[in-house]
Design a protein around this ligand. Structure first.
Ligand SMILES: [Zn+2]
Length: 342
């Protein structure tokens, strides 16, 4: 399987994350992608290619320009305002307030942010742009006839909505890739999100559409980030009714239980008749992940890859989460090897 990768991901190198009332070193750090690419090379998974540059048009097919303008200019405006630290929002348009973008950058951060853990930094935009190009290049490979490709995206994307960032995500790579395929001949695309966390951004983007089926297996939002979306009763709206499936699971969920959810997801994907499958590949379902609560072991990721291969569809893997940094390469590549070897 070909991997699309760029060292530009290192431009996303925040110093701070607001966690447990402290500013800590971010869980989402450059070494994550470096462990994955090292494992790919060590195992000889296949060619590693640089992304092509598709420009802003396919990004704007998902994200409005006022949002990308904000991401691109936020750091400069934050510094101009005289702030010393990394850009962290502190105020939100909460219930019964007015949903209008403020002029001041401090307020504007809250307008565009889902949550406060994700610091905006000097070259965040450049890394986010490159990560979207990685996903687009992977999508293009499928368009060209490849049966599978791995987009080693970083920063990840599935928490980013059309016009909000957060959860370490800025641009929704999986959504951008799916839309690219739809814009170039695909009629229906399924997105299967197996990251520990609910893919709230992806769900929100496609919630009222019938050309994308979105399925997520995740920690119950009553207990886990992103807390405010991902319940079982969310099934889509309008034309999208029935095209969202959420499978929230409780703390301590084992692979045996998780795999039943995966089987249910794959059965729905088979019924849907998609032209391609995008897998939002997070491996924070791992038992030793520092910010998650499922109990998958490294060998379970091999089985997961085998199960995904049995769907027998052109498949784009887009990297999402996984914060047990030492094991992220083994776990992510196990999925890909399981897929290839099945
Ligand atoms: Zn996650």
């Amino acid at each position: 399987m070909e991997t699309i990768y760029t060292a530009k991901h290192k431009l996303r190198d925040a110093r701070t994350e607001l966690f447990g009332g402290q500013l800590v070193a971010p869980f989402e750090r450059p070494s994550r992608a470096e462990h994955v690419i090292a494992r790919i090379r060590e195992e000889g998974l296949g060619a590693v290619s640089d992304p092509d540059d598709f420009g802003m048009d396919p990004i704007h097919a998902i994200h409005p320009q006022h949002f990308t303008d904000f991401l691109r200019t936020a750091w400069g405006r934050w510094k101009e305002a005289g702030f010393e630290g990394e850009a962290i929002p502190t105020s939100w348009p909460a219930r019964r307030m007015v949903d209008r973008p403020p002029r001041h950058i401090d307020g504007l951060l809250g307008y565009y942010a889902l949550s406060a853990e994700t610091s905006l930094t000097e070259s965040t935009w450049d890394a986010a742009y490159a990560s979207a190009q990685v996903a687009l290049t992977g999508a293009e490979r499928l368009q060209e006839g490849a049966s599978a490709a791995f987009a080693l995206c970083r920063p990840p994307g599935h928490h980013a909505t059309a016009d909000m960032y957060g959860g370490f995500c800025f641009l929704n790579n999986a959504a951008i890739a799916a839309q690219h395929m739809l814009s170039h001949g695909a009629c229906r695309v399924a997105i299967l999100d197996i990251d520990f966390h609910h893919g709230n951004g992806t769900q929100d983007i496609f919630y009222d559409r019938d050309d994308v089926l979105f399925i997520s297996l995740h920690g119950d939002p009553l207990d886990a980030y992103p807390y405010f979306l991902g319940h079982a009763e969310e099934t889509g709206m309008g034309a999208g009714q029935g095209h969202t499936l959420n499978l929230p699971m409780p703390p301590g969920t084992t692979f045996a239980v998780w795999r039943e959810g995966l089987a249910r997801a794959l059965s729905k994907i088979a019924e849907y008749g998609a032209d391609a499958l995008v897998v939002s590949l997070g491996v924070d379902t791992f038992e030793n992940d520092p910010i998650s609560f499922f109990k998958l072991r490294s060998e379970d990721f091999l089985t997961t890859g085998q199960d995904l291969a049995a769907a027998n569809m052109p498949t784009l893997f887009a990297m999402e989460g996984g914060y047990a940094v030492e094991e992220i390469g083994i776990n992510a590549v196990n999925v890909l090897q399981g897929f290839e070897g099945a």
